[in-house]
Ligand binder design. Structure first.
Ligand code: SF4
Length: 651
C-alpha cells in the first residue's frame, strides 16, 4: 500500500517511473485534499493553476481508493488523452489491476443496423459518400469498439457518419436485429463493469437528466465523480435541463413518417397529406422569423401576430399528426417510435406557447432555412445540488479557472455547491521571471470607432519585438476582421485568421511557421496548448464581458436585477474575469515558456473593477512602457544565444 508522499515526492514512484517527471508540492497537496474528500465522503471544488498536474492529482487517489469512479471531461480530446495516456501510465506506475473504459455519446459509435440500411441505398449516394461508405464497411469488419474516431481517413463532418450512426430517435433498441453486436450497447455494458469510467459532461448530464443518450445507468453506481474542466459544466447542465425544438427535428420526424406510411400504412393517405402540410408550415414559420441568421429573444417574436399564428398552426398540425399516428402505432415498431416522437414534439411546442416563462429564458436561433427554439433555466443550482447531494458519491470539481479574486462563490453558487470544501493550488510556473504584462497607454474607450485601429498601432512594436509568435484574441468577429485587414496591409507577418482554415490546421501551421500571428475569437480562448517559443505573446483586445445584446445574457441580467442582485458584480464581472483567465492561460504552458501578455482594454486601469481582473491572474510584473517589452524579448533572446554558446563549448 502506498501513501501519497511515496508517489508524488522527490523519491517517489512517479520520479522513478516517468522520465523527466518534476515533483510539485501543489500536486501532492491537491492529491491529499482529494484523498481526504474521498475518505470523508465530502465534495471538493479544486482550482489547479496551469502546470499543477491535476490529472495525476485526482487519478492517483481515485485509483488507490478502490471506489467506482466516473471522470467527466469537457471535451472528447481530453477523454481520449486521459484514457490512452494518463490512465495506463498511472496503472503501470501503481501496478494495480484496475480496469478503465471510455464512454462517448451514441453518435461516436457505428450503428451496424444503419450501416446495413445505408449499404442497400448505396446507388443513391454521390461518388465520395459511396467511397467513404465502402471504407467504413471495411473497417466495420475489424473494429472491436466501433468508435468512429478510429477511421481517420473519413472526415469528422462527413455526411456518411449521419448515415451509419444512430440517434436516440432512430435507434430500434430491443427490437433491433443487431442488438447482440451493437457497439453503443457493448460500450455501455463495459462502462458499467469497469472501476474507472471516463465520460464527457454531455454524457454525464444526459445520464443525470435521462435525456438523449442518458439511461440513468451510470451515475447510481458511482462512488466518486470527478468533473475536470468543471467551469464548462454549468453551460452543459443548463442545456440538458432546458428544452429545445428544432425545424430539423420535425422534418426528420415527418421524413420517417413518410417512409413508414409507404411500408405499413398505405391505407392512411392522410398521413402523407399531413407530412406535406407540416413541411409547408415549417417553411412558413421560417418566413415569419427574422431574415438574417441570428440568435434572438422570444419577446421580439411575440410582438408579431404572424409568428403567434404560425406557432399555433404548427402546434395544431402536429397534434393532428399525433392523433393519426395513435391509430396506427401498433402496426410496427417504427410507427410506434414516430407516434412517441410526435407526442414529444407536441409537448415541447406547447411549452413554448405557454405564457408562463418565469425562471426560464426563451430564445431562438435562425439558420438559412431552419430554426431552433430554446427554453433555458435561469438557475440550475437547486436542481444540480439536489442531484449531486442525493447521490452517494463524493464529487470533485476541478479546473484552472474556478475562482475570481480568490473566491469560489461565482462557480459554487451556480451549481448549489456552497457547502463544498474549496481549495486552490497555484501554478508552479515562475510568472515573475517567465512573463511580463503590458498594458498600453493612450487607448480610447472600447466603444470608440477607432479602438481596433489604435490597438493595432500599439501592438505592432510588440509583434516586431516578439517576431510574431503571437495570438491575438478578440471578443468579436467584427474586430477580428478589421484587425486582420490592417495587419495584412501594414505588416509582413504570417497571418492565420480564424475561419480561413479548420482550427487544428491553423494551430499546426502556427507551430511550424516563422513570424506567425494567429487571430482568433472565443474558441481560441481555451483548450489550446502551444508550448515553447512558437507562442511568446498573447494579446487580448478587450475585457471579455458577455454581450448584453445576447438574448440569454440579457434575460439573465434582467432576472438578477428583478431579484435584487447586482447583475454586474454578481455575474458579468466574475464571468468575464474567468474568461480572461482562460485566455491568459494560453501563454505559459511549461516551466521553460517565456512570454508577454498584452491587455489592451483601458478599463483595466481606469475602472475600479480592473483590480478584480488583475487579482484573478497569476502575479506577474506589469508595465505600461513598450520599451520594457522590447527589453524582455532582448533578454530572452540573449539568454538563448548564451545557452547555445554554452552547449557548443561543452560539446
Ligand atoms: S440497437 Fe440501435 S444503435 Fe444498436 S445496432 Fe440497433 S439501431 Fe443501431
Amino acid at each position: 500500500m502506498y501513501d501519497l508522499d511515496s508517489i508524488f515526492g522527490s523519491n517517489g514512484e512517479l520520479v522513478k517511473h516517468i522520465q523527466g517527471f518534476q515533483p510539485r508540492d501543489g500536486q501532492l497537496s491537491m492529491a491529499q485534499a482529494i484523498e481526504r474528500a474521498i475518505e470523508q465522503h465530502t465534495h471538493l471544488v479544486a482550482e489547479a493553476g496551469t502546470g499543477t498536474g491535476k490529472t495525476f492529482a485526482y487519478l492517483i487517489p481515485a485509483i488507490l481508493s478502490g471506489k467506482k469512479t466516473i471522470i467527466s471531461t469537457g471535451t472528447r480530446n481530453l477523454q481520449d488523452q486521459i484514457f490512452e495516456k494518463d490512465f495506463p501510465l498511472i496503472r503501470e506506475v501503481l501496478n494495480v489491476p484496475v480496469q478503465g473504459a471510455v464512454l462517448k455519446g451514441r453518435s461516436n459509435y457505428l450503428c451496424l443496423y444503419r450501416l446495413d440500411q445505408a449499404k442497400m441505398q448505396i446507388s443513391s449516394f454521390d461518388k465520395q459518400t459511396d467511397a467513404e461508405l465502402r471504407e467504413v464497411e471495411r473497417w466495420s469488419n475489424q473494429t472491436k469498439e466501433g468508435d468512429i474516431a478510429e477511421v481517420t481517413s473519413v472526415a469528422e463532418d462527413s455526411y456518411v457518419w449521419q448515415q451509419v450512426t444512430s440517434t436516440a430517435d432512430n435507434c430500434l433498441g430491443q427490437e433491433c436485429p443487431m442488438i447482440s453486436e451493437c457497439f453503443p450497447v457493448l460500450a455501455r455494458k463495459k462502462a458499467q463493469e469497469v472501476d474507472v469510467l471516463i465520460v464527457n459532461h454531455h454524457l454525464l448530464c444526459a445520464d443525470w437528466s435521462l435525456k438523449d443518450d442518458g439511461f440513468g445507468q451510470l451515475l447510481p453506481d458511482a462512488e466518486l465523480i470527478i468533473v475536470d474542466e468543471a467551469h464548462q459544466l454549468i453551460d452543459t447542465a443548463s442545456r440538458f435541463l432546458g428544452v429545445s425544438v428544432s425545424a430539423r427535428q420535425i422534418l426528420s420526424l415527418i421524413g420517417d413518417v413518410s417512409a413508414e406510411q409507404l411500408k405499413l400504412a398505405s391505407d392512411m393517405p392522410e398521413l402523407i397529406d399531413l407530412t406535406h402540410v407540416i413541411s409547408e408550415d415549417i417553411r412558413e414559420m421560417r418566413k415569419v422569423l427574422p431574415e438574417p441568421v441570428i440568435k434572438g429573444s422570444w419577446d421580439e417574436l411575440e410582438q408579431g401576430t404572424d409568428f403567434l399564428q404560425a406557432l399555433d398552426c404548427l402546434i395544431e398540425r402536429i397534434e393532428q399528426l399525433f392523433k393519426v399516428l395513435t391509430k396506427v402505432a401498433v402496426r410496427s415498431k417504427g410507427l410506434e417510435a414516430c407516434w412517441k416522437r410526435s407526442e414529444d414534439v407536441l409537448l415541447r411546442l406547447k411549452l413554448f406557447s405557454n405564457q408562463d416563462q418565469h425562471d426560464w429564458i426563451q430564445w431562438f436561433e435562425t439558420y438559412q432555412r431552419t430554426f431552433t427554439f430554446y427554453r433555458t433555466p435561469l438557475d440550475i443550482s437547486k436542481a444540480f445540488a439536489s442531484f449531486a447531494f442525493a447521490s452517494d458519491a463524493s464529487w470533485v470539481f476541478t479546473s484552472a479557472t474556478l475562482s475570481v479574486n480568490n473566491k469560489f462563490d461565482f462557480f459554487s453558487k451556480r451549481l448549489g455547491l456552497e457547502d463544498a470544501e474549496t481549495g486552490s493550488w497555484e501554478s508552479p510556473f515562475d510568472f515573475v521571471h517567465q512573463s511580463l504584462m503590458y498594458v498600453p497607454t493612450g487607448m480610447p474607450e472600447p466603444r470608440d470607432y477607432h479602438y481596433t485601429a489604435t490597438m493595432i498601432e500599439k501592438i505592432i512594436p510588440v509583434l516586431e519585438a516578439s517576431e510574431g509568435r503571437a495570438f491575438i484574441l478578440f471578443t468579436s468577429h467584427k474586430a477580428l476582421k478589421e484587425a486582420a485587414n490592417i495587419l495584412l496591409a501594414e505588416t509582413n507577418f504570417k497571418l492565420l485568421v480564424q475561419g480561413d482554415l479548420p482550427k487544428q490546421q491553423m494551430l499546426e501551421s502556427f507551430r511550424r511557421s516563422e513570424r506567425a500571428v494567429l487571430l482568433g475569437t472565443a474558441s481560441f480562448w481555451e483548450g489550446v496548448d502551444v508550448r515553447g517559443e512558437a507562442l511568446s505573446c498573447v494579446i487580448i483586445d478587450k475585457l471579455p464581458f458577455a454581450s448584453p445584446g445576447d438574448p440569454v445574457t440579457k434575460a439573465r441580467l434582467e432576472y438578477m436585477a428583478a431579484n435584487g442582485q447586482s447583475a454586474f458584480s454578481d455575474f458579468q464581472l466574475p464571468s468575464a474575469a474567468l474568461t480572461l483567465k482562460q485566455g491568459v492561460g494560453r501563454l505559459i504552458r511549461d516551466v521553460e515558456d517565456k512570454g508577454v501578455l498584452v491587455l489592451c482594454d483601458p478599463r483595466l486601469s481606469s475602472k475600479g473593477y480592473g483590480k478584480v481582473f488583475i487579482k484573478s491572474l497569476p502575479a506577474m510584473p506589469i508595465t505600461q512602457d513598450v520599451k520594457d517589452v522590447k527589453r524582455f524579448f532582448h533578454r530572452i533572446n540573449s539568454q538563448k544565444l548564451s545557452d547555445k554558446k554554452h552547449v557548443i563549448k561543452s560539446a
